[in-house]
Design a protein around this ligand. Structure first.
Ligand SMILES: [Zn+2]
Ligand SMILES: [Zn+2]
Length: 231
């Protein structure tokens, strides 16, 4: 019998006929039904078809229409599991700010279900800035997804290493991007068709689109998708 990773109570699986017929592993539940009820799952039919924002239909939201114009429809298709509601806000506060590392396991089963249901050629974890890493002692993205999937290449965050005003012209040019990739990573990604970017929360999409810019500047033309726990 598993324990709920949020309330620590024993989980009694509620068997649904569909679960039994789908041969889904029933004993890797990581959150109990009572705790899960505090989170709002996103229904894809009632979410923006581009960023996965929960709404009343699946038309592109206003933000996404702007991204579509800016990037001539070469956009990122995002999938998120949950709405960033109060319960999710509290979850991330305890996980990232208080630094309760065990909380990485709460949604492991549901994240795993999604990752197993789709195929991508390459996986990239959105890197945490060094300042955040020092403050938290662990990378929340690696903590959430690292047990389930191995990133194909490593991307480094270089955005906050030097203040803009302190940079000379060469520094500014070199660091006009927030991310850097090794030569072998670039070579690898140029050959693939579908890349999944993994982050913890999709807020404005700015971080993902910033990485998109880096990839496109490096002539990496693969279709870009993203996955985040919350939107
Ligand atoms: Zn619980
Ligand atoms: Zn949208």
């Amino acid at each position: 019998m598993n324990q709920c990773n949020l309330c620590q109570k024993k989980i009694y699986p509620q068997f649904l006929l569909g679960d039994l017929l789908s041969w889904k592993p029933l004993f890797d539940l990581t959150i109990c039904h009572k705790c899960l009820a505090n989170f709002e799952q996103i229904n894809a039919r009632k979410a923006c078809a581009q960023c996965g924002r929960s709404q009343t239909n699946n038309r592109f939201c206003l933000d996404c229409r702007r991204w579509r114009i800016k990037y001539h429809e070469d956009v990122i298709i995002n999938h998120s599991l949950f709405v960033y509601n109060q319960a999710m806000h509290d979850y991330f506060h305890n996980f990232k700010m208080i630094g309760d590392y065990r909380l990485r396991l709460v949604f492991k089963q549901m994240i795993g279900d999604f990752l197993r249901s789709k195929h991508y050629d390459s996986y990239i974890f959105i890197p945490t800035s060094l300042d955040h890493l020092k403050a938290r002692r662990f990378d929340p993205v690696v903590a959430l997804y690292g047990d389930l999937i191995k990133p194909t290449v490593k991307v480094q965050y270089i955005g906050d290493s030097i203040e803009q005003s302190q940079k000379n012209r060469w520094e500014r040019l070199k660091r006009s991007q927030n991310f850097s990739l090794s030569f072998s990573a670039i070579k690898k990604l140029r050959k693939v068709k579908r890349i999944l970017l993994l982050d913890d929360i999709y807020t404005t999409g700015a971080t993902l689109y910033s990485l998109r810019e880096t990839l496109r500047n490096l002539n990496i033309t693969a279709n870009l998708f993203s996955f985040t726990l919350a939107r």
